[in-house]
Design a protein around this ligand. Structure first.
Ligand SMILES: Cc1cc2nc3c(=O)[nH]c(=O)nc-3n(C[C@H](O)[C@H](O)[C@H](O)COP(=O)(O)OP(=O)(O)OC[C@H]3O[C@@H](n4cnc5c(N)ncnc54)[C@H](O)[C@@H]3O)c2cc1C
Length: 300
């Protein structure tokens, strides 16, 4: 198949890092395009009220980034990236929408929430198994839910759900949280959040919908289930030439550049990225700056 588009910079992923990279490229005058597999905004869409240095809701922020990028002439290629190839001096990003020629590529494909892998979890997806407390919380008004995890995302989500639900069971396999003090305080002071320390989810029960969760041999009746037990970097589509760590996160070996020259990595897909929204945005800008410098060198 011949190349369907040609740009200076193609960004894979239109989350916080990808859109920040695209905006940086566009402001530097690069012909810039992006690919997005789902809904632009990525993980930040999970958040109604951000707790970091960045204000507003995730949806508001990503809409602003997207409209700014379109206004600056950025192009949405409307496809899911399935590979990156080299063609002489250029790179080609392969997607279900075609072959996208680029002088530089930023991989900002982010990460997906990890699954627990217990029986019932996959079967009950969208039948009570949710990944977004802010979006789905109102559906569990007056009901009991289970949240799993001991970090910021789990505690933040348990706090959000406690505003809608009768009771939130917070199941944590450890004996101490590793979250920001503000979330620990919020969880420990909420009358309707019950913490289950040193506890492990064994199974989700129900057929048409979640009816309960087995935890340490005991059944907790509930109708909603939310697991926040870490992130799995979205890197399966990348060529083997791009080095990754044991988690599958992309290793930047030369500043923000990966082991495939001309390909840069930004955001939570990159090993070592801090994990907050501000970190992802800063990463996107830094990766685009590195791509801009790379293109200037290639021209000289
Ligand atoms: C529940 C939760 C709550 C959070 N709360 C906060 C908070 O309050 N404050 C804060 O600062 N941070 C928060 N964060 C962290 C913050 O949301 C993330 O650090 C940030 O959004 C990561 O952005 P990213 O662009 O690196 O990745 P992502 O947001 O994962 O974006 C990657 C994008 O790439 C797309 N993609 C993946 N593969 C492909 C492909 N093959 N082709 C095309 N597109 C692809 C995905 O669909 C996605 O849209 C929270 C995270 C979670 C999960």
């Amino acid at each position: 198949m011949s190349d369907t588009t040609s740009h200076d910079l193609v960004v894979i992923g239109a989350g916080a890092a990808g859109l920040s990279a695209a905006l940086e490229g566009l402001r530097a005058g690069l012909a810039t395009a992006w690919l997005e597999a789902q809904m632009f905004g990525g993980l930040v869409l999970n958040v109604n009220v951000l707790d970091g240095e960045v204000q507003g809701s995730g949806a508001e922020l990503s809409s602003t980034w997207m409209s700014d990028a379109v206004e600056l002439g950025g192009e949405n290629l409307e496809g899911v990236a399935s590979g990156i190839e080299r063609d002489g001096d250029a790179l080609v990003v392969v997607s279900d929408a075609g072959r996208h020629r680029a002088r530089a590529v930023v991989v900002a494909s982010g990460a997906a929430l990890k699954k627990l892998g217990v029986p019932g979890e996959a079967e009950l997806e969208h039948k009570g198994v949710s990944h977004c407390a802010d979006c789905d919380g109102p559906m569990f008004q007056g009901q009991d839910v289970v949240v799993v995890g001991g970090g910021d995302s789990a505690l933040q989500s348990a706090t959000v759900l406690s505003r809608f639900c009768s009771r939130v069971h917070l199941v944590h396999r450890g004996s101490a949280f590793r979250a920001k003090p503000q979330w620990v305080d919020a969880v420990l002071s909420a009358a309707n959040i019950q913490v289950h320390w040193n506890s492990v989810v064994e199974e989700l029960l129900g057929t048409a919908g979640v009816e309960g969760v087995r935890v340490n041999g005991e059944t907790l009746p509930c109708s909603g289930f939310f697991a926040f037990v870490g992130l799995q970097p979205a890197t399966a589509f990348l060529p083997a030439e791009i080095a990754r760590d044991e988690r599958g996160a992309v290793l930047a070996v030369n500043g923000m550049e990966t082991s495939m020259p001309g390909v840069f990595a930004a955001g939570v897909v990159r090993a070592g990225c801090g994990g907050s929204l501000a970190d992802a945005m800063a990463d996107g800008q830094a990766a685009a700056q590195a791509a801009i410098a790379h293109l200037a060198l290639a021209k000289a």
